[in-house]
Design a protein around this ligand. Structure first.
Ligand code: PXP
Length: 248
């Protein structure tokens, strides 16, 4: 069964709007887990716009499923990861003025530094995943730098303007998945996924983990985070079963 990673950054975004103590992303992590989240994800950004160091430390103490830390390859952040030791790290590109992670990591042009960062994290028993666009050269470079997982960027699928381009993006993700598996990489996916576009993706590609943030937290504002997560889990399960029936 596909695992669901819930990104709780935006709970911290609301807290940081007032720089107060509420809502606490640590509480959100507990409730998301009760709702069925298999993984809790946070992005410790260099500018600390939402998640704070204290959150990552507390989450490491209380998350009993899996903590996935999204982060850049900045030295300061790598050192924090090596100290806190989340179960998994997903390396992402980071630009100060972006609203969210815009594109995949350019592994090809940063091979040298990535070999070093991936080795340091792997030596500390942290699983390393690279968030990349579904491009063949980025996938094979991810293998070359020693990553165990890639997370395929689903943003172009999510933002597709019409059905034809949505299906073209699905074909791209399927091709990327095939290339990655052939190279011995394990594959996750995420970004821009919602209650509306999750079905086709689940029925089209067989990833291990789906990482979803904004849509779940948006729904949580109205129905509560536990329910928002369980509704997403049910949708994923429904489409996963549908796919299995279609292939029998
Ligand atoms: N995966 C990665 C690597 C991300 O950077 C993000 C955004 O923080 C997500 C998944 C979740 O994206 P969204 O908030 O659009 O669901």
């Amino acid at each position: 069964m596909i695992k669901l990673g819930v990104n709780i950054d935006h709970v911290a975004t609301i807290r940081q709007a007032r720089k107060t103590f509420e809502p606490d992303p640590v509480t959100a992590a507990s409730l998301a887990t009760l709702g069925g989240a298999d993984i809790i994800t946070v992005h410790l950004r260099e500018d600390r716009r939402h998640i704070q160091d204290r959150d990552v430390r507390l989450l490491k103490e209380m998350v009993f499923t899996k903590l996935n830390l999204e982060m850049s390859i900045a030295q300061e952040i790598v050192d924090i990861a090596l100290e806190i030791k989340p179960e998994q790290v997903t390396l992402v590109p980071e630009k100060r003025h972006e609203v969210t992670t815009e594109g995949g990591l350019d592994v090809v042009s940063q091979k040298k530094i990535l070999i070093d960062v991936v080795k340091r994290l792997t030596d500390a028993n942290i699983v390393v995943s690279l968030f990349i666009d579904p491009e063949e050269h980025q996938i094979s470079a991810s293998r070359d730098v020693g990553a165990q997982y890639i997370e395929l960027h689903t943003g172009n699928y999510a933002n597709a303007a019409d059905d034809a381009s949505m299906h073209r993006m699905i074909e791209k993700l399927q091709a990327g998945m095939k290339t990655a598996l052939k190279l011995g990489l394990r594959v996750n996916a995420g970004h821009g996924l919602t209650y509306h576009n999750i079905g086709l993706l689940v029925e089209s590609i067989d990833v291990e983990e789906l990482h979803i943030g904004h849509s779940i937290i948006s729904r949580a504002v109205f129905v509560g985070i536990q329910k928002a997560v369980s509704e997403m889990k049910e949708l994923i399960f429904k489409h996963y079963l549908q796919k299995r029936q279609n292939t029998q």
